[in-house]
Design a protein around this ligand. Structure first.
Ligand code: ADP
Ligand code: MG
Length: 422
């Protein structure tokens, strides 16, 4: 144990040194630098233990914040401008906080870009997540200030472990510079607004909430309608292992938009029969059964997934609290099956990964996690069985799929904040 702690400390110190050197090299002190002092902030990625495609249906989710995280080395500025670089991208941006406007996302007004490389990361410009957070916090009336910063993330980008939310929350902490404590749910909502209204990416709240409000050793049960949450201790002796299935997710945003629209159509048809229904959260299985004939078969399956998945979130919270590993296995299996057949959000590679994992003794539970169409699986594994899982995946997975997976063992950690110590 002592050895592991020493290794982690050495790795963290090395990461600080690299980031500090990058900051000094990319943004040398100038007249507006507030001081020579460099501070560090961090925000974690997340994995969802249960509850997929429930968040935008006003339902329940059960994420944990994970050790994979995003750091920013920052130095304050006096002039309310932000200059930002990332070790994961060649693109550097500079903007004035007070010039930012919604819809200027996709790097329109007021943002000066350097190295706007043609081989840049796919999707929105990464710097818009930072600018959008500044815009959203400013609109929310929070006391923010400018900084020079360099970002470094151990959250793999774009595989469903919420690197975008981690970047937003780390940016938020940097912008606030520890000036005031802002409640985590409020900060999460502002970060979500940045991603939806400034970056222009449709997203639920689960990523930002977990990154902001994570708790070491605990999962977060969040009601996406009321935004009430409580934490649940993870059972002793159980590890969380994420398998990134290495599937390209080219069609993710169009598939997601299609599923959202299908859920919306199901709600509209059900509301014609029962006007009190405002979202799938308001529908139980008995109600669905009563009106199933009124729904096209596909929409009925989509609704059934969301309804049963909401039940599974609360069942997993209970099973974790009781340490009922057998129940966890059953509920995870049912969730994967529902995502595969009812919601059609899985792909054969994720199915193969789950099949391989569940055949390994000591793997208690396995399912796809996140929106699907690629991405990751999440596994609950007994102490001591992690290396057996890693071996099985390393040999079986490429053979069955032709793909290479990456495994991450993660423990639940605290949410975003300044990085203490030196
Ligand atoms: P996910 O949140 O699942 O990782 P998203 O597509 O929502 O996937 O967000 C990934 C995007 O976030 C990247 O393409 C990039 O624009 C941005 N991003 C996140 N972290 C970083 C980083 N450390 N450096 C540069 N860009 C980042
Ligand atoms: Mg994201």
């Amino acid at each position: 144990m002592g050895d592991i702690l020493a290794l982690v400390a050495a790795r963290d110190a090395d990461r600080r040194r690299r980031l500090e050197a990058a900051l000094r090299a990319t943004f040398p002190d100038d007249a507006e630098s507030n001081s020579n002092e460099i501070a560090f902030v961090r925000a974690p990625g997340r994995v969802n233990l249960m509850g997929d495609h429930t968040d935008y249906n006003d339902g329940f989710v059960l994420p944990i914040a994970i050790e994979l995280d995003t750091w920013i080395a920052t130095r304050r500025r006096r002039d309310r401008s932000v200059r930002i670089a990332s070790l994961q991208s060649a693109e550097v941006a500079a903007f004035q906080i007070d010039d930012l406007e919604a819809g200027s996302g996709r790097s329109g007004g007021g943002i000066a870009l350097e190295n706007a490389a043609s081989e840049r990361l796919p999707g929105p410009r990464w710097t818009d997540y930072v600018a959008g957070t500044a815009w959203s916090l400013r609109e929310g009336g929070l006391p923010i200030g400018g900084f020079d910063g360099v970002v470094d993330s151990t959250v793999p980008l774009g595989v469903g472990l919420a690197s975008s939310a981690a970047l937003e929350l780390a940016s938020a902490v940097a912008l606030l510079a520890g000036e005031r404590r802002v409640a985590a749910p409020h900060l999460a909502a502002l970060a979500q607004r940045a991603e939806r209204e400034y970056v222009g990416a449709e997203c639920g709240l689960v990523d930002q909430f977990a990154s902001a409000a994570g708790r070491a050793g605990r999962a977060i049960l969040l009601d996406c309608r009321s935004l009430e949450s409580r934490t649940v201790a993870m059972p002793e002796g159980l590890r969380v292992v994420i398998c990134d299935a290495g599937v390209p997710r080219a069609r993710l945003s169009s598939s997601l938009a299609e599923r959202r629209a299908e859920c919306g159509r199901a709600v509209a048809l059900l509301a014609e029969r029962e006007p009190s229904i405002a979202s799938l959260r308001d529908v139980d299985l008995a109600t669905l059964r009563r009106h199933r004939h009124a729904l096209p078969e596909k929409l009925a399956r989509r609704a059934e997934h969301v309804i049963t998945e909401n039940l599974r979130v609360r069942a997993v919270a209970v099973a974790l609290a009781l340490g009922d590993l057998h129940a966890l296995g059953r509920i995870f299996a049912a969730s994967h099956e529902s995502l595969r057949t009812q919601f059609e959000a899985s792909v054969p590679a994720l199915d193969a990964m789950v099949t391989i994992a569940t055949s390994v003794p000591g793997v208690v539970a396995a399912r796809m996690t996140g929106p699907g169409f690629g991405g990751c699986t999440v596994n609950l594994v007994r102490d001591g069985a992690v290396s057996a899982l890693a071996r099985a995946v390393a040999t079986e997975y490429p053979r069955r799929t032709g793909l290479v997976a990456r495994l991450y063992e993660v423990a639940p950690v605290d949410g975003a904040g300044p990085l203490g110590g030196h």
